[in-house]
Design a binder for this molecule. Structure first.
Ligand SMILES: NC(=O)c1ccc[n+]([C@@H]2O[C@H](COP(=O)([O-])OP(=O)(O)OC[C@H]3O[C@@H](n4cnc5c(N)ncnc54)[C@H](OP(=O)(O)O)[C@@H]3O)[C@@H](O)[C@H]2O)c1
Length: 506
C-alpha cells in the first residue's frame, strides 16, 4: 500500500529543499516546513512562493503548513509543537553553506547546534525517522576511492565539511533515531530547465567568465581571447549533479524504510572533467584562451588581470575545482536501480548558462530586493554618498585623491561599488560586477554590518578592529578615509528611505 507520511522538512526555501517539498506534495504527503523570515519576505510570503513553485493545485495547499523558526534558536510554541506532533519523519536539508567560520559562528551554529536543537524537537515529539541531507565531501581530502560506509575520513578542507561531518556523527550516535545519511555531490540547476534559485559554488567561476567575456574586445578576425592559464591539467573530475536528480534520489530513499542506518553517495558515475566544463563555457561565450598548464601556472605576481579576477572568484569555491575522489555508489545503485544516471555534458552546461543569463544571475530579483531592503546599498553609494561628500569635510580636502572599492556581501542587497575621489570631489561612483585590482583601498563587509555602519550604530574603525570589516590595499589611506567617513555620517546622517523587517534569526 502507498503509505502517506507527514514530513517535517527544514531548508524548504533552499535549492534542494524546494524540490523536495514539491516531490513530497505531488506524491500526496503532508508537509510541515520550518521557515524563517528574511529581510524582504515574511514567513507567509515565503510559503506562498513555495506553493507556487511546487505547482500544486490551490485546494491541495492544505497539505502544507509552516512553522516560523530558526534552527539556531528553536524556541517553538505549544501550537508549533501541535503542528509537528503528527509528523512521522524529519527531512533535515537546512544548512549554512559558508565554507569558513564567520563572525556569527556559522557554519557551525546552524549545521551542528541547529541539528542538536532539531534532535531535541524530535525527542519531544516522538519522531524517530530522520533523513540527514549531508554532503559527499565529509570524506575530506581523499585520493583513494571513497566508500559510502567509510568511517576513516581524511582531514576536512574547511569548516563547512567539518560541521557537516560533525552533524552526521551526532545523528548516528542517537540510539533512538532511525537515520539515513544522504550525501550529494555539487548541486547545480535543473536538468530540464537549468533553473537555479541561487548562484553559489561553481556558479562563481561561470559568472566570472561571463563577466570577462563582455569586457574582451574581439581581434581583427572577430575572435575573442580570454588569456587565463590555469593550474590544473584539465583531467580533474568534478561531481556536478542536477538538483531535480538529487531531489528525486532523496525523495525515494527517504520513503524507503529499508534505508535505515545506511549511507548513500548521490554522485555521478561519470563526473565532468574540468576541460569539458571549460570547453562548454568557452563555446557558450564564443571565446578561446583558457589553458590548463598544470604546475607551470604563473606565480601570483606574474598573473594578468583576467587570471587575478578568475582566481579571486574561484577562491570561494575552495577545493571543489580541484580533483574529486571516486565516490562509490554501491548502496545507491542497490536501492535505486531504476534511477537513471544523468549526463552532465556540454549541452547541460549551456542550459545552466542560458537560465543564469536570462535570470541576470539573480540580479533581476536582487534589484527588487535592494529596493525592499531597509538600507539600500545603491541608495547609499550612488545617491547619498556623492551628495553628502560634496557638502562635507571631504570636499574641503583639496589634496584628497583616492580610488576606493566597496564590497558588500549578501545574495540579496549586496554588490560591488567603485568610487573615485579627485581633489576632494567624488568624480564617479558606480556599481560593478567585479572590483578591479587597481584601486587604492578596498572595504569589504556583509550587509548587516554595512547597515550598522551607515546608520551610525557602529563606527567603521570599531567594525575594522572587531574584524567585521576587512580592509585591503593601502591600509594607512584606508584608515584615514575611515575617519572621514565617520565624520561624514555624523555631519550628514544617512536616512534610509525604507524600513527593515526584523529578522528573528539575528
Ligand atoms: N548545494 C550544494 O552543492 C550541496 C552539495 C552537497 C550537499 N548539500 C547539502 O544540501 C542541503 C541543502 O542545500 P541547498 O543547496 O539547498 O542550500 P541553500 O540553497 O543555501 O539552502 C539552505 C536552506 O537552509 C536554510 N537555513 C540555513 N540556515 C538556517 C537556519 N539557521 N535556520 C533555518 N533554516 C536555515 C535556508 O533558509 P533561508 O532561505 O532562510 O536562508 C535554506 O532554506 C544542505 O544540507 C547542504 O549542506 C548541498
Amino acid at each position: 500500500m502507498d503509505v502517506k507520511h507527514h514530513i517535517f522538512l527544514t531548508g524548504a526555501t533552499g535549492l534542494i529543499g524546494r524540490y523536495l517539498l514539491r516531490n513530497f506534495l505531488q506524491d500526496g504527503h503532508q508537509v510541515t516546513v520550518l521557515i524563517r523570515p528574511n529581510k524582504h519576505q515574511s514567513v507567509p510570503e515565503r510559503l506562498n512562493d513555495l506553493i507556487t513553485f511546487a505547482q500544486i493545485p490551490k485546494k491541495t495547499s492544505s497539505q502544507i503548513q509552516a512553522i516560523e523558526g530558526c534552527l539556531k534558536d528553536l524556541a517553538l510554541s505549544s501550537s508549533d509543537f501541535n503542528k509537528i506532533e503528527s509528523c512521522d519523519m524529519i527531512v533535515h536539508s537546512a544548512a549554512s553553506l559558508s565554507f569558513h567560520k564567520n563572525m556569527n559562528g556559522e557554519p557551525w551554529t546552524t549545521n551542528l547546534e541547529g541539528t542538536r536543537n532539531l534532535i531535541n524537537v524530535a525527542r519531544k515529539t516522538g519522531i524517530k525517522r530522520w533523513i540527514q541531507v549531508s554532503t559527499a565531501y565529509v570524506c575530506g581530502q581523499q585520493e583513494e576511492k571513497v566508500y559510502e560506509d567509510d568511517h576513516n575520513p581524511a582531514s576536512t578542507q574547511n569548516d563547512y565539511e567539518s560541521s557537516k561531518r560533525a552533524a552526521e556523527e551526532l545523528i548516528t550516535q542517537q540510539q533512538d533515531l532511525d537515520w539515513t545519511i544522504l550525501r550529494p555531490g555539487i548541486v547545480v540547476g535543473d536538468s530540464n530547465s537549468g533553473y537555479a534559485s541561487t548562484y553559489q559554488g561553481i556558479y562563481h567561476c561561470l559568472k566570472s567568465v561571463a563577466f570577462m567575456s563582455r569586457k574582451i574586445k574581439p581581434d581583427n578576425n572577430g575572435n575573442k581571447k580570454l588569456p587565463i592559464r590555469y593550474n590544473l591539467s584539465g583531467k580533474e573530475k568534478t561531481n556536478l549533479i542536477p538538483v531535480d536528480w538529487v531531489a528525486e534520489a532523496i525523495t525515494q530513499l527517504s520513503l524507503n524504510p529499508e534505508t535505515i542506518n545506511q549511507y548513500f553517495h548521490l554522485t555521478s558515475q561519470s563526473p565532468l572533467l574540468a576541460e569539458t566544463l571549460v570547453d562548454a563555457v568557452q563555446d557558450y561565450y564564443e571565446l578561446t584562451g583558457i589553458e590548463f598548464i598544470g604546475k607551470d601556472a604563473p606565480q601570483p605576481e606574474d598573473k594578468n588581470i583576467y587570471e587575478k579576477i578568475f582566481d579571486r572568484e574561484t577562491k570561494r569555491l575552495g577545493p571543489y575545482f580541484q580533483d574529486d575522489p571516486d565516490f562509490d555508489r554501491s548502496n545507491l545503485n542497490k536501492f535505486l536501480p531504476g534511477l537513471e544516471d544523468f549526463n552532465v555534458n556540454k549541452a547541460f552546461i549551456h542550459k545552466l548558462l542560458d537560465f543564469a543569463e536570462s535570470d541576470k544571475w539573480g540580479k533581476a530579483e536582487n534589484k527588487t530586493d535592494k529596493r525592499k531592503a531597509g538600507v539600500d546599498c545603491n541608495e547609499f553609494f550612488e545617491i547619498y554618498f556623492p551628495d553628502a561628500a560634496s557638502r562635507s569635510k571631504i570636499a574641503r580636502i583639496k589634496n584628497l585623491n583616492i580610488s576606493i572599492g566597496f564590497k558588500v556581501h549578501g545574495d540579496h542587497g549586496g554588490g560591488n561599488w567603485s568610487c573615485i575621489i579627485k581633489k576632494g570631489d567624488v568624480v564617479s561612483v558606480k556599481e560593478v560586477s567585479f572590483l578591479p585590482d587597481s584601486l587604492d583601498v578596498y572595504y569589504s563587509t556583509n550587509h548587516e554590518i554595512f547597515e550598522e555602519i551607515v546608520t551610525g550604530a557602529i563606527t567603521t574603525r570599531d567594525a575594522f578592529f572587531k574584524q567585521h570589516l576587512q580592509i585591503d590595499g593601502d591600509i594607512e589611506k584606508a584608515l584615514l578615509l575611515s575617519v572621514l567617513l565617520e565624520d561624514l555620517l555624523q555631519e550628514i546622517p544617512f536616512k534610509p528611505t525604507n524600513q527593515i523587517r526584523e529578522n528573528i534569526c539575528a
